[in-house]
Design a protein around this ligand. Structure first.
Ligand SMILES: [Zn+2]
Length: 216
């Protein structure tokens, strides 16, 4: 069984993928990890991806697709994968179907962890980090604006400012629309609400995967 996990930045998708992969016996394939792996080992694909990244350009679909195709062809992926961060575009979604077909497999379902943008903006823009001990905090769980451990004034990463998060969400929605259509049109899209505790969301995603497994 091969499952695609979809969700916006800040939707908790990565956390869920890690936990669920183990629980369901599926290999967790995260595109971000794969990029870091190739960049770190300076593979041909890593060098190619890096050449776009240093110019601040998006890595083209065909490079990302080749990385995923290579990974899915490895022996440990044969028992099923939980994909996290791929596909991000309609072309990638179509390529995924094609590469799995070559392996005699299918993308059985896509699970979207659906979190309203306003909730994501509150979540991300509330993130703070201590410049002294690097401990991450969330504004909603703190009484003041200093590190409880060492008293340093907490800071917010520039990328976590609300306007930056808003722009990231805009890009996400532009790209994900056609991916959702791809899976919806073939009856493979399952949406679960992404608000609540990690455990609640995890249970909802596991329920959706159960329905996919039973072919409903
Ligand atoms: Zn600190």
């Amino acid at each position: 069984m091969n499952i695609v996990l979809l969700g916006a930045p800040g939707s908790g998708k990565g956390t869920q993928a890690k936990a669920l992969g183990q629980r369901l016996g599926l290999l967790h394939v995260a595109s971000g990890d794969l990029f870091r792996h190739h960049l770190g080992l300076k593979t041909l694909l890593g060098e190619l991806a890096g050449s776009y990244m240093v110019r601040g350009e998006l890595v083209p679909d065909d490079v990302t697709i080749r990385m995923i195709a290579e990974r899915l062809a490895e022996a440990d992926a044969a028992g099923g994968v939980l994909l996290d961060g791929f596909p991000r575009t309609a072309a990638q979604a179509a390529a995924l179907d094609a590469m799995l077909a070559v392996l005699g497999q299918t993308a059985d379902g896509a699970v979207l962890i659906d979190v309203p943008d306003a909730v994501i903006i509150t979540r991300i823009s509330g993130r703070l980090v201590c410049p002294t001990c690097q401990t991450p905090y969330h504004r909603s769980l703190l009484a003041g604006d200093t590190c409880p451990a060492d008293g340093a004034l907490l800071e917010r990463r520039a990328d976590d400012a609300p306007e930056k998060v808003g722009r990231r969400l805009e890009i996400y929605h532009e790209q994900i629309g056609p991916v959702l259509s791809h899976y919806r049109a073939t009856g493979r899209l399952h949406e679960v609400p992404g608000e609540g505790s990690v455990a609640e969301i995890s249970a909802a995603v596991a329920g959706a995967i159960d329905r996919i497994r039973q072919g409903r």
